[in-house]
Design a protein around this ligand. Structure first.
Ligand code: SAH
Length: 230
């Protein structure tokens, strides 16, 4: 008698990281989260379906990777809630960008979503150890994301102007250097506020150099901090 094959749940697609579990997350994003409306951009939803979020968290948390929730990634930081990532990406994609800059690489997940959408991605992270892990993930997934270890409050002027800039950590006010590195018609999405109350702001740079600003809704992000750590 032939030995019975014992497949791991993962191998037959029944695991907590299976395509079915990812599809369920996408349906939740389509319906909208408690703090905002549904995600309608099909390309963004497809990126969420495709990028393996469980590879951006510690193995011990992999089973929770497709819940619509932020999760710890060490060093007191978090991988953002999928709905927030999708919303920020949707806002950015509306500007039909080519080159985008992200401040706060963290796990690398937001950058990977942008890369999956075919964008030219630049990302800056102040914590060296987080950046090293994110770079490993980009490499493992064959993603061409340019990254830099620096205090992202200075942006990345060498590659400016950007069609879009995403800030994934909250500051009390918009950072002037980042607005300067935005091209005409470019969009900046950033959480602004303190620890207890933050709003997601969208700023669009006009041809006359001025900016149009609107508030997208309440969000919760870790703080944008000064300086770098190894
Ligand atoms: N976009 C990330 C979210 C990470 S949380 C993801 O998809 O996982 C925010 C990140 O911003 C943290 O890793 C934090 O270290 C980083 N950060 C905070 N202040 C920063 C600064 N001034 N420059 C660059 N990165 C910063």
């Amino acid at each position: 008698m032939a030995p019975r094959l014992r497949l791991q749940p993962e191998a037959v697609g029944l695991g907590m990281t299976s395509q079915r579990v990812r599809d369920r997350l996408v349906e939740r994003l389509r319906e909208g989260a408690a703090n905002g409306g549904g995600i309608v951009d099909e390309n963004v939803l497809n990126a969420v379906r495709t990028v393996p979020r469980h590879l951006f968290v510690d193995e011990a948390l992999a089973s929770r990777a497709y819940e619509d929730t932020a999760l710890p990634i060490g060093h007191g930081q978090t991988i953002s809630q999928p709905w927030v990532v999708a919303r920020m990406t949707e806002v950015v994609m509306a500007a039909q960008p080519g080159r985008v800059l992200e401040i706060g690489t963290g796990s690398g997940y937001q950058a990977a979503i942008l890369a999956a959408l075919g964008l030219e991605v630049y990302t800056v992270e102040r914590i060296g150890e987080l950046l090293r892990q994110a770079r490993k993930r980009f490499r493992a997934l064959g993603m061409n994301v340019r990254s830099r270890h620096d205090d992202g409050r200075v942006g990345w002027p060498e590659h400016a102007p950007y069609d879009a800039i995403l800030v994934t950590a909250a500051a009390p006010a918009l950072v002037e250097a980042l607005i300067e590195q935005l091209g005409v018609g470019g969009v900046l999405v950033a959480p602004v506020g303190g620890a207890s109350s933050q709003s997601l702001l969208r700023l669009v740079k006009r041809a006359d150099g001025g900016v149009d600003e609107d508030v997208l809704g309440p969000v919760v992000f870790v703080p944008l901090l000064a300086g770098t750590l190894d």
